[in-house]
Design a protein around this ligand. Structure first.
Ligand code: URA
Length: 208
């Protein structure tokens, strides 16, 4: 199982709050955004830098700036939307694509119903986001779709993962690094991550 667990104390603290059944929609959304921002900080740790000349009020100095690597953030609808703002606050130049998938009731396979991506998706480093990596079916399908559109450089960022989901993504896309805040015990018979946090989409949008 190839996965990077981002276990910064702030992330772990906020994750415990977000798991709590008593955490309401407003607080859940705020915490998810904050965790996404903290995770993005780690994910972008190795972003390349280049030197530039900056004129300060006193003199000119050689400073470092990001070397123009283009980033794309791709939330899987709908729960992935809850992580977008935290990331683009940190990386305002990132473009945001969207992938919508539903599960066919007969085949149980994810089916694409929406896909809108930046034009230059082949040149961007993409961060696919979905809070819950459960069976892994949606993430694998989303990454399949992005690769079919030309994407070459993809990372997957989730809040909580089940081992089943990580294994499926690893098996189909060994080139994709998976970043999570926690790996939980297992999936239950309804496909929920245990202990998890319930239905992330319902908790973000208050639809339960
Ligand atoms: N999706 C969710 O929102 N929660 C889970 O536990 C599993 C999938």
């Amino acid at each position: 199982m190839q996965v990077k667990i981002i276990d910064h104390p702030l992330i772990q603290h906020k994750l415990s709050l977000i798991r709590d059944v008593r955490t309401g929609t407003k607080e859940f959304r705020e915490l998810l955004e904050e965790i996404a921002m903290l995770m993005a900080f780690e994910l972008t740790r190795n972003m390349p830098l280049e030197e530039t000349q900056v004129e300060t009020p006193l003199t000119t100095c050689t400073c470092k700036v990001l070397s123009g690597k283009k980033i794309g953030v791709v939330p899987i609808l709908r729960a992935g939307l809850g992580m977008v703002n935290g990331i683009i606050k940190l990386i305002p130049a990132a473009k945001v694509g969207h992938v919508g998938l539903y599960r066919d009731e007969k085949t149980l396979k994810p089916v694409e119903y929406y896909c809108k991506l930046p034009k230059d998706v082949d040149e961007r480093e993409l961060i696919v986001i979905d809070p819950m990596l459960a069976t892994g079916g949606s993430s694998v399908a989303a990454i399949d779709l992005l690769k079919a559109k030309g994407a070459k450089n993809i990372k997957l960022m989730c809040l909580v993962a089940a081992p089943e989901g990580i294994n499926l993504v690893n098996a189909h896309h060994p080139d994709v690094e998976v970043y999570v805040a926690a790996v939980d015990s297992h999936l239950n018979e309804y496909g929920y991550i245990v202990p998890g946090l319930g239905d992330a989409g319902d908790r973000i949008f208050g639809t339960k």
